[in-house]
Write a protein that binds this ligand. Structure first.
Ligand code: CA2
Length: 145
């Protein structure tokens, strides 16, 4: 862990990526995305700490941890917690570590209940709608911070 570490946090159901609903979320698994990010991070002189949890509190704890450990940035795809979690919004506001919101799909082009993003209210940037490439775009943005 160093100040060049970027936490990449993934919320509920993203462990199923590549295994279910490929028509919406594509065929890459979360491990594939981690590999892609690690390759690019190496070129950028960064390190990746990639995690996934189906539990809101774990994501909150990891955001606090990122700040305590002096991480460079947090990339977070909160999954459906994007649209429900004031706890994640409060966590993003409570830390100084920059937060970049990431989505595979573009929630604004989907059902109305996905149009609100709480964490988006505190994120430096939101990258959405580019499939796994959204994570890479977000990593490039983190490298510029
Ligand atoms: O597009 C995204 O990245 C989302 O954050 C994905 C969430 C969804 O609730 C957000 O509105 C947008 C859902 C993640 C669920 O991932 C699955 C992966 C494979 C199969 C089923 C769900």
């Amino acid at each position: 862990m160093s100040s060049n570490t970027v936490y990449v946090l993934n919320g509920p159901n993203l462990n199923l990526l590549g295994l279910r609903e490929p028509e919406i979320y594509g065929s890459a698994t979360l491990d594939d995305i981690a590999g892609m990010l690690e390759d690019r991070a190496r070129e950028l002189g960064l390190e990746i700490d990639m995690r996934q949890s189906n539990h809101e509190g774990h994501l909150v704890d990891w955001m606090h941890e990122a700040q305590a450990e002096g991480a460079k940035a947090i990339l977070i795809n909160p999954g459906a917690y994007t649209h429900t979690s004031i706890a994640l919004l409060d966590a993003a506001r409570a830390i100084r570590t920059p937060v970049i919101e990431v989505h595979l799909s573009d929630p604004m082009q989907r059902e109305a209940f996905r149009h609100i993003s709480y964490i988006g209210m505190a994120a430096r940037q939101t990258v959405a709608g580019h499939g796994p490439h959204s994570y890479l775009i977000a990593l490039e943005a983190a490298a510029q911070l």
